[in-house]
Design a protein around this ligand. Structure first.
Ligand code: ATP
Length: 239
């Protein structure tokens, strides 16, 4: 579904990704693990068009999306829920979700039933349901993070990129985020996930890639990576 080949990307004169290749098959959850600064967020940005790749190819299904602008990529069905909270502060929770469906109305993809999808999002995120009329800017940090994730789902995307959905959340909300990810996985949503909680991320994933200094060092089925002593020592808090 999402296929990246020999991707090079960076900022200014600095190259951060030195030719990475990875695959996210339809209906699978793939996690990208790596230390701080390894290039995980940069990978997400280069896929979704937030930065332009310098070399390599990004394919969404059979469409080459390399270097296209982010709005077009979104319209083609790729949702990116970026690191940190990005909600429309002066709009209600409900309106933020409705806006999330906007790319469905500008492309050739099926529009579907937006109102039903808002209700579905509310069911996934009960905390948002209780606060649906509240202005997004007045939600707690964790609630805003959930709203950003729910909004990405409103695109009815072919592929979702989730960058650190648990960042800054209280432990109870972290658990809730992972429960939601597993539920989306069970429904067949295709996802590329970046998470600081690498072990929890592997538990909800089919496959994983380890990024070291802008290169893929190891990859394999999630179970296998979880049991790999080197991966355990470096990323899963010891063996
Ligand atoms: P973390 O786990 O800390 O979020 P990461 O693996 O997501 O790390 P990136 O955010 O992709 O890492 O950053 C990779 C490198 O690119 C880092 O050295 C970072 O300082 C640099 N970098 C990231 N964003 C920018 C930017 N906008 N301009 C310049 N350099 C950047």
């Amino acid at each position: 579904m999402l296929s990246i080949k020999n991707l090079h990307a960076g900022y200014g004169k600095v190259e951060v990704l030195h030719g990475i290749s990875l695959e996210v098959p339809k209906g699978k959850v793939v996690t990208l693990i790596g230390s701080n600064g390894a290039g995980k967020t940069t990978t997400m940005r280069a896929i979704s068009g937030m930065i332009a790749p310098r070399e390599g190819q990004v394919m969404l299904g059979d469409v080459d999306i390399t270097g296209r602008d982010s709005h077009r990529i979104a319209r083609l069905g790729l949702a990116h829920s970026p690191e940190g909270r990005r909600v429309f502060a002066t709009m209600s929770v409900d309106d933020n979700l409705l806006l999330g469906a906007f790319p469905r109305f500008t492309g050739a993809r099926a529009r579907g039933d937006v109102a039903a999808d808002v209700e579905r999002a509310m069911e996934y995120f009960p905390r948002l349901k209780e606060r649906r009329a509240q202005l997004a800017g007045t939600l707690s940090g964790g609630e805003q993070q959930m709203l950003a994730m729910a909004r990405a789902m409103m695109m009815n995307p072919e592929v979702v990129l989730l960058d650190e959905p648990s960042m800054g959340l209280a432990p109870i909300l972290v658990d809730e985020v992972f429960r939601i990810i597993s539920r989306l996985r069970a429904e067949g949503v295709t996802m590329l996930l970046v998470e600081q909680f690498a072990a929890a991320a592997l538990n909800v994933s089919d496959y994983g890639y380890v990024l070291e200094n802008g290169r893929i060092a190891v990859h394999g089925p999630a179970d296998k990576l979880k049991n790999d002593p080197a991966v355990q020592a470096a990323y899963l808090g010891g063996g």
